[in-house]
Design a protein around this ligand. Structure first.
Ligand code: HEM
Ligand code: HEM
Length: 179
């Protein structure tokens, strides 16, 4: 007889874990190694090529991750958490997924506005599809930088919550995201 039991796993599966940690590394790189203005022009152009390629990779990995999240079972919310914490975690996670699209989207528009060439990993040129406009480029740079700042602020909240679980509640939540 087949029983219809709703099993929620104790951990995220390996694919979800791989996506979580690889995207964490890429996002930290994108956020902390994007001070192009101090670099000589040639170095700046190749750094921005790498930046744009990795930024687009965030879109691809983010979409795969969203699909995976919707189609596979994942661990249930922590039973001992008050409902507001469960809700706050859910909102934070959803906001991350929105920013995996919004930050790169702003980056693509920014690349369209800047005066220098932007190529994805040196191959596909994605700049120059909008009129070269310094004012609009500056505005878009702020929007793009703000989206990256939001990812960083959410990350601080997210890591604080993980550390709270690990060291105050001592419920071993971090092990859900490790093999
Ligand atoms: C989640 C993905 C991304 C993050 C977290 C991110 C983050 C950043 C940050 C923090 C800056 C520095 C902003 C400032 O100086 O205030 C920056 C600059 C830039 N980003 Fe991104 N970025 C991402 C994706 C992309 C994508 C997909 C593209 C293009 C296709 C792109 C193109 C650029 C360009 C052209 C600049 C340099 C503007 C300049 O200084 O001339 N970014 N990015
Ligand atoms: C920019 C970096 C990060 C982002 C964008 C991020 C995003 C997320 C998201 C969206 C989830 C929900 C699961 C999913 O949909 O895949 C999650 C879960 C989790 N993250 Fe992160 N994360 C980041 C960094 C970190 C770091 C540095 C830690 C550890 C200190 C961490 C610990 C965890 C844990 C323990 C869970 C599981 C939570 C639970 O089971 O309810 N994350 N993360």
């Amino acid at each position: 007889m087949i029983m219809n039991v709703n099993i929620s796993p104790k951990k995220y599966d390996l694919v979800a874990q791989f996506l979580h940690w690889s995207m964490t590394l890429i996002l930290l790189y994108l956020i902390f190694f994007s001070h192009f203005e101090e670099l000589p022009d040639a170095v700046m152009e190749s750094e921005i090529e790498l930046h744009s390629g990795l930024g687009l990779l965030i879109v691809v990995l983010g979409l795969v991750r969203w699909y995976w999240r919707k189609t596979r079972p994942r661990p249930a919310p922590v039973e001992t958490d008050p409902p507001w914490q469960t809700r706050a975690a859910e909102i934070t996670h959803q906001a991350f997924y929105a920013l995996f699209l919004l930050a790169p989207a702003a980056g693509i528009v920014l690349a369209g506005l800047v005066a220098y060439p932007v190529r994805i990993f040196g191959l596909i040129e994605i700049s120059g599809w909008l009129a070269d406009n310094e004012g609009a480029a500056e505005l878009m740079n702020s929007v793009h930088g703000f989206a990256a700042d939001l990812i960083l602020y959410l990350l601080i909240v997210h890591v604080a919550a993980a550390l709270y679980h690990q060291f105050v509640k001592r419920d071993g939540l971090i092990w859900r995201m490790t093999p």
